[in-house]
Design a protein around this ligand. Structure first.
Ligand code: SF4
Length: 644
């Protein structure tokens, strides 16, 4: 590439540039006020940033996209980073789902709901929360202080019809608008208080509550005054739990960066009215950018995320390049002025120091955890004879309920962590529900068909034994694909008599099956590699069962009858005719079922078990639902050779 000529051909306007590799992959995306002079900095040996020589050693071309102004370039840069995932950019994983609280003031009796998505509607959204635990804690605090209704419209109407409130009222967590136990005006006051609290305006809220308490006391409404006093105390106690980090009741987000070579951590503290209301840490590996570029890129992507609005002030531990551009962009998005500062001394420097200390801690934790993941992956590779580290593992599990409601799950782990965006649930369509092998075969066929859009993992794993492993191997051979495979199964009763295996509280050992090996591989129960494989297997089991429960919960009586194992239309008619109703069929004991013409003893046993399982019992090994248990009941095994 004649870089000089290429640079000379670039426009001098604002826009985005994309450095590309020989294969056309986007290596780096950046934005510039003046594209030509920006790209020239790279071509002429860089501006001192250590990432530039490495980038230019691989880049063979640069594309540019012109924008109206540099703010648009910032937005486009974020989009392109998301789309191309360039190796030289820092990329915020977008699998952190939005977690927030929704309140729709247009409802007559507004309520708070937990949401995972922002909708473009007239409701107010608060968040995002850093975890579902933080969100639940916030909701629980709120319900205690501001007892708004928590029920759906349907439940509300139901209790309205009955004329008595639900248990929430007894527990003082709802003022029961369903039964007119609260005036509209008083309820609206609760809504207003909730909004102030959620916005972090606790000082204003307490002042308002004090004024109202005063007025109530003057009017000799002592009960109301007492209620307001309790509410003030509850607000103050809740707020007390949040750490104070500033003298002034100012809203700011604080960003600090910690680095060890290519490992980078960014800590974010969300300070509202001088109190830390949220903290998040983000980690990036193999980072090639300088700290300033990382911070700039991080800020752009952080506030480009759904539901995030910058407060009036951002504090950063290191200077931010193109600060003014970012400030203008954030102000435009949030509709208010935003200042970015890198304090050098005083209280604000201390606040940044707090974030930095947390960033260092989180980074050290992550490096330790990563080292331990590496050790586990190495152990799996070495003990199982894999060619490479199984960084990406896909695991499948099949589950059915007495031959019905057959489902399967796929979970994916990357570097020892669940990649939940890649999880899949399968409703078995063609295979016989009671046949694990058939179900697994169907699922693998469906999965392997998508190999172009969903590349194969480093290791394909299944909950089961030699039989299941045989199914995977055959499915891969049919699809003419090659990938490492493994099956994991608990040792059977007759095999686990050895005291060596029984130590550790009688836990059964796990057996790992690999193609071409006659004997299973046994790892020590405390081995890191085994613990990781068990975690992957247990997660796929949990995910399959969760899906099946979900399907069961949606079954109506009529659809249950249609799902009945081995019961065709004439037996169904006979059951209804002789037992009188669907409810009676469901509740019948075996002797009643077997007395129905056309129903065999086996039908009756299967029906009886099926109805017990769908009555909401928690499934246990050996009982229905008869998902392939990791502890198969006596006389059965999940490791039979697959039927031909
Ligand atoms: S008391 Fe009434 S309004 Fe409150 S949660 Fe229960 S049903 Fe809903």
């Amino acid at each position: 590439m004649d870089w000089e000529a290429r640079v000379a051909s670039l426009p001098t306007t604002s826009g985005v540039y994309l450095f590309k590799s020989r294969r056309g992959a986007v290596l780096y995306v950046g934005k510039a006020q003046n594209l030509r002079s920006r790209v020239r900095q790279y071509v002429s040996g860089g501006d001192g940033r250590y990432s530039i020589p490495a980038l230019m050693a691989r880049a063979v071309d640069v594309d540019v996209l012109v924008t109206r102004n540099v703010k648009d370039a910032l937005l486009l840069e974020n989009e392109l980073i998301k789309r191309h995932k360039p190796v030289f950019n820092v990329r915020l994983r977008d699998d952190k789902q939005y977690l927030g609280i929704r309140l729709d003031p247009s409802e007559q009796w507004p309520r708070l709901t937990q949401v995972r998505k922002l909708r473009q509607d007239k409701a107010q959204y608060f968040g995002p929360y850093t975890s579902s635990i933080a969100l639940k804690d916030a909701l629980s605090d709120l319900r205690r202080i501001f007892p708004l209704r928590s029920c759906s419209q349907g439940v509300f109407r139901d209790y309205q019809r009955r004329g008595r409130p639900c248990i929430e009222y007894e527990m003082k967590r709802c003022v029961a608008p369903c039964c007119d136990r609260v005036e509209q005006e008083a309820y609206s006051e609760l809504v207003r208080g909730t909004v102030l609290f959620l916005k972090g305006k606790s000082e204003q809220l307490v002042n308002e509550l004090r004024e109202r308490m005063q007025r109530a006391a003057e009017a000799e409404e002592f009960e109301e005054a007492g209620r307001l006093r309790n509410r003030i105390t509850a607000v103050e106690r809740t707020v007390e739990r949040q750490q104070i980090v500033g003298e002034h009741a100012v809203d700011r987000d604080v960003f600090a960066l910690a680095r060890r070579g290519g490992e980078v951590g960014v800590q974010v503290l969300n300070v509202r009215e001088g109190r830390v209301m949220g903290a998040e840490d983000y980690g990036f590996s193999d980072v090639k950018l300088d700290d300033g570029d990382v911070m700039m890129s991080f800020l752009g992507q952080y506030y480009a995320s759904e539901g995030r609005v910058a407060p009036g002030e951002l504090l950063t531990s290191i200077g931010v390049e193109d600060k003014e551009v970012l400030e203008a962009w954030l102000a435009e998005r949030g509709g208010r002025k935003v200042a970015i500062r890198t304090p050098q001394r005083g209280k604000l420097r201390e606040l940044v120091g707090l974030a930095s200390a947390n960033a260092e801690l989180a980074l050290a934790r992550r490096i330790d955890a990563r080292d331990s993941v590496e050790a586990a992956l190495e152990e799996i590779r070495d003990k199982c004879g894999l060619a490479a580290l199984p960084r990406r593992i896909e695991c499948y599990d099949v589950s059915n309920l007495q031959g019905t409601l057959a489902v399967a799950s796929r979970v994916v782990f990357e570097d020892g962590l669940p990649a939940k965006n890649d999880y899949r649930r399968y409703r078995i369509k063609d295979a016989m529900g009671g046949d694990d092998y058939d179900c697994l075969r169907e699922v693998l066929r469906r999965r392997l068909r998508k190999v172009d859009s969903e590349p194969l993992p480093d290791l394909l794993m299944v909950d089961g034994g030699r039989g299941q492993l045989g199914v995977i191997t055959a499915a891969l051979a049919d699809a003419e694909l090659t990938v490492e495979t493994l099956a994991i199964a608990k040792e059977r009763d007759e095999e686990s008599a050895s005291p060596r295996v029984r130590r550790g509280g009688g836990l059964k050992a796990e057996r790992l099956f690999r193609p071409g090996r006659a004997n299973p591989i046994m790892l020590s129960p405390s081995s890191k590699g085994l613990l990781m494989l068990q975690r992957v297997r247990d997660e796929s089991h949990r995910f399959a069962i969760e899906f099946q429960r979900h399907l069961r919960s949606k079954l109506t009586m009529t659809s249950i009858l249609e799902e009945l194992p081995g019961i065709g239309p004439s037996k169904r008619r006979s059951l209804l005719k002789h037992l009188g109703s669907l409810k009676a069929v469901r509740e019948a004991e075996i002797e009643h079922l077997v007395a129905v013409p056309g129903i065999s003893a086996n039908d009756a046993a299967v029906l009886h078990q099926f109805f017990r399982a769908t009555a909401g019992e928690r499934p246990r090994a050996g009982n229905p639902p008869s998902q392939k248990s990791s502890d198969p009941p006596a006389g059965s095994s999940n490791e039979q050779e697959p039927p031909n």
